[in-house]
Design a protein around this ligand. Structure first.
Ligand code: GLV
Ligand code: GLV
Length: 312
């Protein structure tokens, strides 16, 4: 049995003693599409990264493939309907990264609201000459309204964490008893967009969430509002976001994900209203280690004819 691991992970089992043959990409970067296509030919399993495109062509190049373990909770990079039609099991890594990702959403929200990165640049440049009444004026957080879009595990964790800041919560789409227990209100999308001071995105990327935020939605937001995205970049039409910030339609954005990663719209660079991170939502050693254990456990389970724990 051969496992293709498209990037070496922080935790790697002893494959040889387990009797598996492996191809492990140990280079600094990710594998190219063509490299994956070549290496997958005789693979029974793929452990893929979220930027690896596992489409019909890749799946068709792998006649012996039985399982794809995506080292991520999101799996929009995989044509999972096609995989399923070929009886290939698709696994992901939910739960273990929930709090870690919600923490990052908070870090971005607070950094954007309180100009932490701009302040740091200012200090590093030796520009602090005097305390001033109007230096780095940010936005309050306590008591402001948090709008959560996508109330699965991560969105729910985001809501629970907001309670230390005594924030009213708005959410949308389907009832969520855990958020309701915090006094959250389920509202329609337009109400959420109009009333929130902070909007945090936690939905998966699919046909119904792609470009959920465009010029029209930004125009509906408060001019003082901030949007935070730790979900997938393409939930926001990035150029419309850049324009909305430039024209003052909204106050700023904290972004961990981008529409065309790793390319970042130049309007988001050197922009003091924006705090950006290189898709590090789940990036702690503890969480990335647990994700690797989950991926390999499910990979080994399926390869030995047992059910996987975490399938999409
Ligand atoms: C990260 O973005 C993930 O989906 O795990
Ligand atoms: C993903 O983990 C989610 O349900 O938010």
């Amino acid at each position: 049995m051969k496992i293709l691991i498209t990037k070496e992970l922080p935790y790697m089992p002893d494959f040889a003693s387990l009797g598996y043959e492996v191809y492990i990409n140990k280079s600094e970067g990710l594998m190219t599409y063509d490299q994956i296509k070549e290496q997958v030919k005789d693979a029974n399993a793929i452990v893929s990264m979220l930027a690896d495109k596992i489409d019909q062509e890749i799946i068709d190049s792998a006649p012996n493939l039985i399982v794809i373990c995506n080292y991520a909770v999101g799996y929009n990079n995989i044509d999972f309907n096609y995989a399923k039609s070929k009886n290939i099991v698709v696994c992901n890594t939910p739960d273990v990264l929930t709090d870690t990702t919600a923490e990052l959403a908070w870090a971005l929200l607070m950094a954007t609201a309180r100009k932490i990165v701009e302040s740091d640049r200012f200090m590093q440049a030796g520009k602090f000459k005097a305390w001033l009444p109007d230096l780095m004026l940010g936005q309050d957080i306590v008591g402001k309204t948090l709008g959560i879009i996508g109330t699965g595990r991560i969105g729910t964790a985001m809501g629970k964490m907001s309670q230390g800041f005594r924030m009213p919560i708005l959410y949308t789409r389907k009832p969520n008893p855990e958020l309701d227990a915090l006094g959250a209100k389920m509202v329609d999308m337009d109400t959420l967009i109009k009333k929130s001071d902070y909007i945090s995105l936690h939905c998966p990327l699919n046909d119904s969430t792609k470009h959920m935020f465009t010029k029209k939605e930004f125009a509906m937001m408060k001019n003082s509002a901030i949007i935070v995205n730790t979900a997938r970049g393409a939930v926001i039409k990035e150029q419309d976001l850049v324009d909305a910030i430039a024209t003052g339609e909204i106050a700023g954005a904290g972004l961990d994900v981008f529409e065309d990663e790793p390319i970042v719209n130049s309007g988001l660079l050197n922009n003091d209203k924006v705090v950006i991170a290189p898709h590090i939502g789940s990036a702690t050693l503890g969480t990335r280690t647990k994700m690797a254990q989950m991926s390999f456990n499910d990979c080994f389970a399926v390869l030995s004819g047992k059910p996987a724990k975490f399938t999409v």
